[in-house]
Design a binder for this molecule. Structure first.
Ligand code: COA
Length: 258
């Protein structure tokens, strides 16, 4: 249990999961991934009809906590990487998942959206996938799902350059349903979630199963994870994480490729 993930279940069966670490831009720690994974597991029960993922503060999430990446890169990470349980849970989720995204959605903040079924963005939201800038590789089966969703060249651009994709492009490319004002975001997400929660749940879950190939996604996650762990231990990644801690730009010119 961590107060940085808040879970609430409404009488209509909408379970909201709120990322709540705004002072650190909602960067996700191993404990937070654990709580997210627990919430997704709970959503498979009969009491939950729809899962709604949202976040407090001005940023949806700054992605994985970079200081935890740094610890993992020197072999001092947690024994169990809860992110793996969280991502597998997302891939296997049977209930519809709605996301309400304001501000920046970095790394897993963007890749988790590929597992959501209805994505609402605030008009100033930005999707950022800086895995290569961090000397890592994409995760959450995004190396498969993103090219499938938006085509190879745009996916390559997002991954290789790691530049922010504005909300209107994300909608035009099919990553999100629509962009609305930040003031309306939460209420609109709740309205959509309630509407979906009132539909026949057996039909919804059967439809979702037909639309998503969980086995394929998990297999891709396993491939990505093996390479991700290797990359975390690379000299390139160590320099990037040291630079983040020291609030400076990384100097990769002297790091030999590994
Ligand atoms: N991990 C750990 N701490 C993070 C973090 C992350 N991913 N992102 C932000 N923070 C912390 C900052 O270190 C800072 O902490 P401090 O107040 O103790 O110094 C605090 O959150 C505020 O961040 P700041 O950078 O000052 O906010 P900003 O509005 O200028 O920028 C971001 C916000 C998200 C653009 C920027 O923080 C960022 O790029 N973060 C790293 C994102 C990243 O690479 N994530 C990994 C993805 S795989």
């Amino acid at each position: 249990m961590t107060p940085e993930i808040k879970v609430e279940l409404s009488s209509s069966g909408v379970m909201s999961v709120t990322i709540a670490r705004p002072d650190k831009k909602n960067a996700l720690t191993n404990d937070m991934y654990g709580a997210l994974a627990d919430a997704i597991a709970r959503a498979s029960g009969d009491e939950v009809r729809v899962l709604l993922i949202q976040a407090d503060g001005d940023t949806f999430t700054a992605g994985n906590d970079v200081s935890e990446f740094a610890a993992q890169s020197t072999g001092n990470g947690p024994k169990e990487r809860n992110v793996v349980r969280f991502l597998r849970g997302l891939a296997n989720a049977s209930k519809p998942i709605i996301a309400a995204v304001q501000g920046k959605a970095v790394g897993v903040g963007t890749t988790m959206l590929l597992h959501c079924d209805y994505v609402l963005l605030s008009e100033e939201a930005q999707l950022i996938t800086p895995f290569v800038n961090l000397a890592l590789v994409p995760e959450a089966a995004s190396s498969y799902l993103l090219p499938l969703r938006i085509g190879h060249v745009k996916a390559f651009e997002m991954f290789a350059l790691g530049e922010a994709v504005p909300a209107n492009n994300a909608v035009a490319w099919g990553i999100a349903n629509k962009a609305i004002s930040n003031a309306e975001l939460r209420a609109e997400a709740r309205r959509v979630a309630e509407k979906i929660a009132a539909k026949p749940i057996g039909s919804l879950t059967a439809m979702k199963r037909l639309m998503r190939d969980a086995e394929k996604m998990v297999a891709q996650m396993d491939r990505e994870s093996a390479i991700f762990v290797e990359r975390l231990a690379s000299a390139e990644a160590k320099e990037v994480f040291a630079a983040f801690a020291q609030k400076r730009q990384p100097d990769l010119t002297r790091v030999v490729r590994q």
